[in-house]
Design a protein around this ligand. Structure first.
Ligand code: NAD
Ligand code: UDP
Length: 311
């Protein structure tokens, strides 16, 4: 079946991989992006494709878009360094922007996947985090513009489902990495990889004992697509990520091993509210989506380092 799919935030890291996979599978794809944190070059290979349409626009503004059967809502800056510079833009993208996309989904009777985040769990007191955990977010802290607006975005999807009987599924995405992240994005993998490739010291925040669980981008795209495609998942919320949890210090050591470099490690202050531990409980995704990640950290880092080495 040839479906038309709208990808909001399709010019970004995850969105551009998703657009590529959808076009390759025969979908008509409409991408909307304001290129705030995304880049046109992420989509250069698609721009002349007959099944691909790019619309440069902001989802906070009223959307005059062609109809689609499906909507992936990935539009939002996601790097903690942007939380300082763009807090209002981020908060409104995840609230007003989400409302505009929900109105669009109602109008066109489109199924939607909303990209939420592990940040809705804040600095978690429950470990690993299942979907039932209601989280520990500092609503007034430096990450609040992102964490809390993603939480409200989820609330809005539930309200629209109840009021308008539309089919919205929510993915709580855990740390994902891979090619097409921006070198200056601020997130840990592109930062460490570019530092290592440039022979600079790797900047560990805090003592590096905080943990994350890193998922490679192709696994994430497969998970998001499974959430969209499975019948009967109306209104479900599902963690998507990889369970293998490592410390940031170990991640740095791993990246140094992969790169032929003289770089050392330097330690800088831990940002306020930086979560101490994070690991998804993905049993729900395994059961409902018949999905689990299969790219190892070593393989994913090899691909990512090769990308940054050539760009
Ligand atoms: P990204 O910054 O590369 O992509 C986001 C895209 O959205 C960019 O192209 C940006 O220009 C666009 N955008 C932002 N605000 C917009 C607006 N108001 N109107 C139109 N376009 C707008 O980030 P990413 O890592 O690809 O993240 C994609 C989605 O996944 C985001 O919603 C993010 O919150 C979520 N997410 C990502 C991760 C991760 O580890 N990558 C983790 C959790 C959640
Ligand atoms: N981090 C770090 N050095 C950097 C960038 C990030 O030690 O140069 C740490 C950061 O403090 C956090 C972890 O790496 O503990 C993951 O950070 P990222 O911004 O990638 O994602 P998030 O904090 O949103 O999970």
């Amino acid at each position: 079946m040839n479906l038309t799919t709208l990808v909001a935030g399709g010019g970004g890291f995850l969105g551009s991989h998703l657009c590529t996979a959808l076009v390759e599978d025969g979908h008509e794809v409409i991408c909307i992006d304001n290129f705030g944190s995304g880049r046109r070059e992420n989509l250069a290979h698609l721009e002349d494709h007959p099944r691909f349409m790019l619309i440069e626009a902001d989802i906070r503004e009223p959307l005059g878009l062609p109809a689609a059967d499906r909507v992936y809502h990935l539009a939002s800056r996601a790097s903690p360094t942007d939380f300082t510079e763009f807090p209002v833009q981020i908060a409104l993208t995840n609230t007003e922007g989400t409302r505009n996309l929900l109105d669009y989904a109602v109008k066109h009777d489109a199924r939607m996947v909303y990209a939420s985040t592990s940040e809705v769990y804040g600095d978690p007191e429950v470990h690993p985090q299942p979907e039932s955990y209601t989280g520990n977010v500092n609503i007034r802290g430096p990450r609040g513009c992102y964490d809390e607006s993603k939480r409200f975005g989820e609330t809005l999807t539930v309200a629209y489902e109840k009021r308008y009987d539309i089919d919205v599924r929510t993915a709580r995405i855990f740390n994902t990495y891979g090619p097409r992240m921006r070198a200056d994005d601020g997130r840990v993998v592109p930062t460490f990889v570019t530092q290592a490739l440039d022979g600079e010291d790797l900047t560990i925040y805090g003592d590096g004992t905080q943990t994350r669980s890193f998922c490679y981008v192709s696994d994430m795209v497969a998970g998001l697509r499974a959430l969209m495609d499975q019948p009967g998942l109306d209104g479900e919320v599902v963690n998507i990520g990889r369970e293998n949890e490592i410390t940031i210090r170990t991640l740095a050591d791993r990246i140094l091993e992969h790169c032929d470099t003289d770089s050392d490690l330097i330690f800088e202050p831990l940002p306020e509210d930086d979560p101490e531990r994070r690991r998804p409980d993905i049993s729900k995704a395994q059961k409902l989506l018949n999905w689990e990640p299969n790219v190892s950290l070593n393989e994913g880092l090899r691909q990512t380092i090769s990308y940054f080495g050539h760009n």
